[in-house]
Design a binder for this molecule. Sequence first.
Ligand code: SAM
Ligand code: DTB
Ligand code: SF4
Length: 350
Amino acid sequence: MTNAPQTAPRTDWTREEIAALFDLPFTELVFRAAEVHRANHPHNEVQLSTLLSIKTGGCAEDCGYCSQSVHADSGVKATKLMDVQAVLQRAAQAADQGSTRFCMGAAWRNPKDRDMPAIIEMVKGVRSMGMETCMTLGMLTPEQSQMLADAGLDYYNHNIDTSPERYDQVITTRTMDDRLETLSNVRSAGINVCSGGIVGMGETREDRVGFIHTLATLPEHPGSVPVNALVPVKGTVLGDMLADTPLAKIDDVEFVRTVAVARITMPRSMVRLSAGRESMSEMTQAMCFMAGANSIFTGDKLLTAPNAGDDNDAAMFARLGIKPMAISETDAQVEASRMPKGCVKLEAMG
Ligand code: SAM
Ligand code: DTB
Ligand code: SF4
């Protein structure tokens, strides 16, 4: 970190202010984002999270980007909820590879009460390995949020995905307000919120402004903000739309701008360069790190889509001089206070 004063988070951003950030000359925007990043986070350090799909496919929701929806013709097979021991084995492998957060995702509209005991065992088991835990299971009731909080869940991922105006063109089986209600339930239970969305779904600049505005004006900024680049999957509404209209694709400069605006408006949050890195050039990823992205998903696979892979990431980190972030830094300070005594801090990726 630099000696520059840390930027106090503001939750009163206006759309005009956010639009004006997007409109800045590119190098000015990235420069400002880098300043905010350095004042609030260790620079040249990127946090590593690992994803595991604990229940794949067969989801009743109709999210237009998702390979796991029953409404898509993507060829993804539906599976049952994984066995707890199998999940813990995968978490141990991730810890060995230097990952500090283990994110477990289920293709559900919401978890059923009968699923909760296994889910809770997964949270407790992963925490006992000294990793941070994250789950993304769809909508949660206040009671389910409290059960997960009591089990020690560190983060809950629940994305708002796009602007309020565009939401019903992407998903019709739930509303943005449903999404915000779950975020409120999670926050009230004392779990850290992880919420972001997807860019490159054919949305307008105004939608990207609305997307960031919604996140940056939540009662508290999410601890983590995943910025996904759409992975266009054949057989999904949006994957097929983009294949037919390539001009609707987002360009790399606009993607980096979105990361930079997220960094400036939510200075203390971890901004995660999430899905879509597999087809992103190293230079675009480097620009995202410059613009304040400080977290990635590691490994060869996201939930169903390919990811960059540990070897490629280790080589990229070496070339860029980036170090994996230890668990004790930045937002992990919050969870560190909740870690069971005697937990060992993880060594960085070798
Ligand atoms: N079912 C839960 C839910 O929707 O909240 C959890 C899993 S869901 C796959 C998690 C997030 O992954 C979505 O909210 C979306 O932002 C992201 N995602 C899904 N498919 C994607 C794709 N093809 N490209 C980029 N991001 C995607
Ligand atoms: C998030 O924002 N991105 C991750 C995580 N949260 C769960 C998921 C990305 C999924 C990419 C498409 C797939 O693997 O199917
Ligand atoms: Fe289901 Fe989540 Fe995919 Fe939507 S994004 S279809 S809720 S798994």
